[in-house]
Design a protein around this ligand. Structure first.
Ligand code: AR6
Length: 521
């Protein structure tokens, strides 16, 4: 390949490690103090069947408050008298009735939801769901027959999940493994807006630091974007409620935190830049299969997936809807934190981006699975900083924050030998909605990948100029044997000149000159 020869430091995509080829066999599935497994692990090791792990629900600040917990109450009024009832009884009654119908209208769905969310009776609108169903041509309109099936799935919650789901809170290292069926049941509950204490927008509300999970925001404010989102989500529910296509694996959600004192001292990191494959063609989720795939996240995981947002993270969550369940238990990410999701399934195909995004139909996910029945798909959610003005980012405090964030996301478990660690599939992290400088962010990610000794597949998303510039810059840095520490200092110098307004040059142009001057000395 001529292009590769010209820039010797660049590698082919095939030279980067991926799962399952580099997969290290896992120990038998067990739960620990920090890993909650929701299927019976003994039964799993004996028969490989997935049955719910016994336990009980807990109603306190450390666990998800479940709609089927006995502590969940609501007030009902009959002939002027108010009294408390178990909220799950109400949910069970209304969704139970709905589940018995062959088809249900949007009005039926709305009526049921408002019965056990009486506070929101005149606040929640279902216009998007309504318009969506009305506008869908009859021959494609399976939606009204899927609404009862989602209700049937939702009311299975008490049998499906028998123990308390811990919240993945700030500063914790904790993980949760659920079966895909359990996730579907939780998402069916989210669809029917059953989760208690999750609807308040008040900044002092109990879950103010958590993403929203009930789907009411998806059902309001009709737009073309909503149409495509609903097509993807309802297709997911159709698949998981059909006995022929029901998924049967597990998915793990893991929150990781690295304390400040365990972060690298970037100034003195000696590693050189890692192997890089950079291309303007393809995208993370297709060409990066089997690698660690970066979700360009919001610190509120999933960002605007249940609202109007429709960029990289939201699209990822729409085509892999199991990712949405992370919103149920993942507290807003702090600067030194990230979330790994292993084993989610891709259900849909898509085309376009943002306003041009379109659901393109079913995707058959043939990704193989590991010993825990998790698909060989690992996604890491890392949130970049949002810059109102581009100039804010040329500052070593912000650069160090981004380096630490990327390091947290890229660092593999210490127990895995280097040959078994897949490369990282990433791209313009933080450079769309969050306004970052693609050149700076590419270097930051390469520096973090260097520190953890992982190769990088970098997808510039049609940006051929960035592809060429990054290839050239990588080549220069590798040829000059520039260490991460040197690069960190160089970035410090660039920030200084930017602050003093003494250059208008882009980072790479400025660096090239600087490096050439140095190499001539
Ligand atoms: N593969 C490779 N590159 C991509 C892909 C893809 N599939 N999709 C987009 N890009 P953005 P951010 C490129 O704006 O700036 C969400 O609401 C493309 O060049 O999604 O980190 C989150 O919830 C695009 O411009 O990420 C956050 O709130 C660039 O990646 C917020 O956006 C950045 O994508 C994060 O914004």
């Amino acid at each position: 390949n001529k292009r590769e020869d010209k820039n010797g430091s660049i590698c082919l995509l095939s030279e980067l490690r991926r799962a399952p080829a580099c997969h290290l066999q896992l120990d038998p599935l067990t739960f620990t103090r920090t890993h909650s497994v929701f299927i019976d692990v003994k039964e799993y090791s004996r028969t490989k069947s997935l049955i719910a792990q016994p336990g009980q629900h807990v109603w306190n600040k450390d666990f998800v408050k479940m709609p089927c917990s006995k502590e969940s109450h609501m007030t009902k009024t009959k002939i002027g008298i108010s009294f408390e009832v178990a909220r799950w009884d109400e949910i069970f009654e209304h969704l139970g009735n709905l589940s018995k119908k062959p088809t249900a209208s949007v009005a039926d769905v709305e009526k049921a939801i408002k019965k056990y969310n009486p506070k929101y009776g005149d606040r929640w609108s279902f216009d998007a769901l309504n318009t969506f169903v009305k506008k869908t041509p009859e021959q494609e309109n399976y939606y009204t027959s899927v609404f009862p099936k989602i209700a049937e799935l939702a009311i299975k919650l008490p049998q499906c999940i028998k123990k308390a789901i811990p919240l993945l809170q700030k500063g914790q290292m904790r993980s949760i493994t659920l079966s895909q069926f359990q996730i579907a049941c939780l998402l069916a509950n989210a669809f029917y807006c059953t989760f208690p204490h999750r609807n308040s927008q008040n900044p002092k509300a109990e879950y103010h630091n958590y993403p929203s999970i009930n789907f009411n925001s998806l059902f309001e404010n009709w737009s073309e974007r909503k149409r495509e989102k609903l097509r993807a989500i309802l297709y997911y529910f159709r698949t998981v409620t059909d006995s022929g296509t029901k998924p049967s694996g597990l998915v793990t959600f893991e929150r990781r935190f690295i304390s400040e004192q365990h972060m690298p001292n970037w100034r003195s990191v000696n590693e050189m830049l890692p192997k890089l494959h950079v291309t303007s063609e393809g995208c993370i989720e297709e060409q990066g299969t089997g690698m660690l795939q970066v979700d360009f996240a919001c610190n509120i995981i999933g960002g605007g997936v249940l609202g109007s947002g429709l960029v990289q993270e939201e699209i990822l969550f729409l085509i892999n809807p199991e990712l949405i369940v992370s919103r149920l238990f993942t507290e807003k990410l702090g600067d030194n934190e990230c979330l790994f999701i292993t084993g989610s399934q891709q259900f849909s195909k898509y085309t376009g981006y943002s306003d041009s995004f379109e659901w393109m139909g079913p995707h058959t996910d043939s990704t193989s699975s590991d010993e825990w029945k998790r698909k060989h798909r690992q996604i890491v959610a890392i949130d970049a900083l949002y810059f109102r003005h581009q100039s804010e980012q040329y500052n070593m405090r912000q650069i160090t924050r981004e380096l630490n964030k990327a390091y947290c996301g890229f660092k593999p478990n210490d127990s895995i030998p280097p040959d078994y660690i897949p490369a990282i599939a990433t791209g313009n992290w933080g450079c769309g909605a969050f306004n970052g400088d693609p050149q700076l962010k590419a270097l930051i990610q390469l520096m973090a990948a260097a520190k953890v000794k992982r190769g990088v597949a970098f997808f510039t998303f049609n940006n051929t100029r960035l592809e060429n510039d990054l290839r050239k810059m990588h080549h220069l840095l590798v040829t000059l044997k520039t260490s991460v520490g040197n690069l960190y200092n160089l970035l410090g110098d660039y920030c200084d000149v930017m602050r003093k307004n003494s250059t208008r040059e882009e980072l790479f142009t400025w660096m090239e000159k600087r490096l050439e001057q140095r190499s001539q000395l």
